[in-house]
Design a protein around this ligand. Sequence first.
Ligand code: 3HC
Length: 313
Amino acid sequence: MSIPHGIKRLGVLGAGQMGTGIAFVSALHAKVPVLLHDKSAHQISKGLSLIDKLLAKDVSKGRLQASDAADARARIQTADSVEAMRDVDMVVEAVSENLDLKRAIFREFAAKIRPDAILATNTSSISITKIAGAVIPEGEPAAGEVAKAVSGRVVGLHFFNPVPVMWRVDAMYEYQKLVELISAVQTSQDTLDRSRAFAEACGKEVATSQDVPGFVSNALLMPFINEAIMCLEKGVATRDDIDKTFRLGMAHPMGPLQLGELLIGLDTCLSIQQTLYKGTSDSKYRPSVLLERMVDAQYLGKKSGRGFYEYNN
Ligand code: 3HC
């Protein structure tokens, strides 16, 4: 049977929260075999244990047949290098927010992965056009056919944390169903169509955004979180009252301070905010001093055990 996205094998680079979640929904919902790669063996084993835990929970809650969970788990294998992912039809990069790192990874993808594969990034804010610019082989003219073919395969596919959570029938809103689809200047229509179809096969709904700093999601979300931190910094309200205002006043599932440090991480918030500020020179995106100090102190939120709140990890 032909599938509209044509993805028969997926590679995922980065086994952190996002990469693990992407591997999970791809194997479970899109039923696509996944090769998961991370340079850290520890990160891979953490990612696989989380997947096992999530599948076991879905089975215990009666949402998933044990045999379907076993099939999904069997679809997820690990790869020990990018080379080992060479035959995939699409690769999704989900590493930390660093332009130079992403450009190096995409150069490696373009050199090692089959020449018709889609090269997707889960970046939260970095320009897809800049990443696509990195894949042009040295000496090739940027507007030439070779450059057009390879950079046309680069796309932004931005998932939202927690990626695996999609089905709460009792909730008044749909959890984390979104994938933001971002086209680089160079992205081909075929890449966009197949990427959309793939995200939908993963059980997600797609919203498209232009390739501007932060896209739609983080151009709006990060100033909101930053402004909440500024309110705390200026003593406008307490931590609990800032979060309560949005939980109880605007029906947000969690307040902006909780969201920034529980599901994103204050270091990631700062790096996205810096990308927004650098990319626009607009003072509305200037990171708050308190956000910078929190990151300096490694008070990053849940991931480091302490942020504005404390956690027993
Ligand atoms: N991973 C996997 N599953 C998780 C999870 C995680 N990190 N956190 C919570 N869950 C699961 C719980 O286990 C529970 O599953 P169950 O239904 O099987 O019991 C389910 O989510 C609901 O959890 P709770 O009942 O404990 O609590 P809530 O109803 O408050 O839901 C939440 C938790 C889903 C995290 C919800 O609070 C929420 O949707 N929060 C907002 C999330 C959000 O805004 N995310 C966007 C982050 S921004 C981003 O990702 C973009 C990036 O570029 C910055």
